[in-house]
Design a binder for this molecule. Structure first.
Ligand code: ADP
Ligand code: MG
Length: 434
């Protein structure tokens, strides 16, 4: 399974659109409250801070318009998001400046910007924004403190340079720290959400696969059953004919072909039935390393691949699962067969057991084979999907059906040219006296 920590690029467009709306909303609220303030305090429209505020509101609205027009034409969305957010930090600094600088209660807006930056950018991006915000704020307060900038709207208030130096430092440090803490926390949460969404997507794919297989299976199972009976009579009749007919090398060859092909058809149909209607398993408590080892030895002895493929194992002792041993053998056998077929020339298969939690054990079969192209990955569990000239495409669909009947699922990771790993998990059991 490729845990896709879903690429942020793809869903950045709708988020940016939302951000534009959010800015317009914010500008409207700011406009409303400024008008109310102006009316209630009966301030002249020409007062400098009010003019600046109105100017800023107009600026935000114009910028929003520009963004909205540009958005559909932009290719490098991440960069675009970065620029927008950087501009936002400057706007916030201007708002803070216009509403009293050191005394402004709008400094919390920095935190809002950082929060949505972590949704739009990655973690590093929101940290950069925290630095940018912190720098702007502390520079502005510093300049005010030394009297270089005179904050607006402070008529009647004491100027910040009359405050104690330590109190200013305290406030600046507190704000900057808050910026970093928020960047860290919201970045962490955003990452978490992205990962969860990736896992959810995997689950969804799995469920779709199961539904598809189940419906295909039911339909075809009936048909396969019907094929088995005539096939058996066909093979029987040929056997009898073979004995009755006078011997000729020509006839013998033809009969041989018929028998071989009926055999092939028969095993195909049996395999297919196994996929379509896996027999109810006989649950047994199985000592996993022993069961795996048995199948591995059988495979090493019985297969045509033994001389060019070495099988390594990393098994854990004393781990038990409840499973039909026949199922376990079928799963492992199919995975080993596929792995061997994927290896051209010499290669290695590694069978690994791992158990990081007390209730689960994970089994992985990794090969150094040709790998699976990305485009094939979603099809490999489909019945009859094969890339081999003599393949049936049933192996993995059977494996999938079996594993799914144990309320687990198959995961695959593959890198073309390097190799493939199939993995599944089983529930551990703890038999008494074991
Ligand atoms: P078959 O082996 O008959 O082709 P399977 O269902 O077992 O059918 O596998 C389906 C397809 O998945 C294979 O044809 C192959 O393309 C791909 N595949 C399965 N296992 C591996 C593997 N270990 N390495 C590379 N490709 C694999
Ligand atoms: Mg196969």
């Amino acid at each position: 399974m490729n845990i896709p920590t879903s690429k942020p690029e793809g869903d950045l467009y709708p988020k940016l659109r939302l951000l534009v709306l959010f800015r317009i909303l914010f500008a409207s609220i700011l406009l409303g409250s400024t008008v109310i303030l102006q009316l209630s305090e009966d301030a002249a429209l020409s007062s400098k801070p009010l003019l600046i505020l109105y100017g800023l509101i107009a600026g935000i609205l114009i910028l929003s318009l520009v963004y909205a027009v540009m958005l559909p034409r932009i290719r490098r969305v991440t960069l675009f998001a970065f620029v927008q957010i950087a501009v936002d930090t400057i706007v916030v600094t201007l708002i803070v400046f216009a509403t009293g600088g050191y005394l402004s209660f709008f400094s919390f807006l920095y935190l809002v910007v950082i929060i949505y930056s972590s949704v739009l950018l990655n973690r590093r991006g929101s940290m950069v924004m925290a630095v940018v915000c912190g720098l702007q704020y502390s520079m502005m307060i510093g300049l005010e403190h030394y009297g270089i900038l005179i904050p607006l709207g402070l008529e009647g208030h004491p100027l910040p340079l009359e405050y104690e130096w330590s109190r200013i430092l305290y406030k600046v440090m507190f704000t900057v720290l808050a910026c970093f803490a928020v960047a860290f926390l919201s970045g962490f949460l955003a990452e978490q959400t992205r990962r969860t969404r990736g896992e959810l997507k995997d689950m969804e794919d799995h469920v779709k696969r199961v539904e598809k297989l189940a419906s295909m299976g039911e339909m075809a199972a009936g048909l396969a059953h019907e094929i088995k009976n005539p096939l058996a009579s066909l093979a029987g009749s040929i056997q009898i004919l073979k004995e009755e007919l006078s011997y000729s090398p020509e006839n013998h060859k033809l009969m041989q072909i018929v028998l071989r092909e009926t055999d092939r058809l028969n095993s195909l149909v049996s395999d297919f039935l196994l996929f379509a209607k896996p027999p109810q398993g006989n649950l047994e408590k199985v000592k996993l390393d022993r069961a795996l080892e048995e199948t591995l030895e059988l495979f090493e002895k019985g297969s045509a691949y033994a001389d060019r493929i070495s099988i390594k194992r990393q098994l854990l002792p004393d781990i038990w699962v409840e499973m039909d041993p026949v199922h376990l053998r079928q799963v492992l056998w199919n995975l080993l067969l596929n792995a061997s077929e994927a290896i051209e020339g010499r290669g290695t298969i590694i069978v690994t057991m791992s158990s990081h939690r007390a209730r689960k054990v994970s089994i992985a079969v990794a090969d150094t084979g040709v790998g699976i192209p990305e485009a094939c990955l979603k099809n490999i569990y489909d019945p009859f999907f094969t890339t081999k000239t003599r393949g049936t495409g049933l192996g993995l669909s059977i494996v999938h059906r079996i594993i799914e009947s144990y309320a687990s699922r198959m995961d695959v990771e593959s890198e073309p040219g390097i190799g493939t790993t199939f993995r599944f998990r089983l529930n551990r059991v703890y038999p008494k006296g074991a």
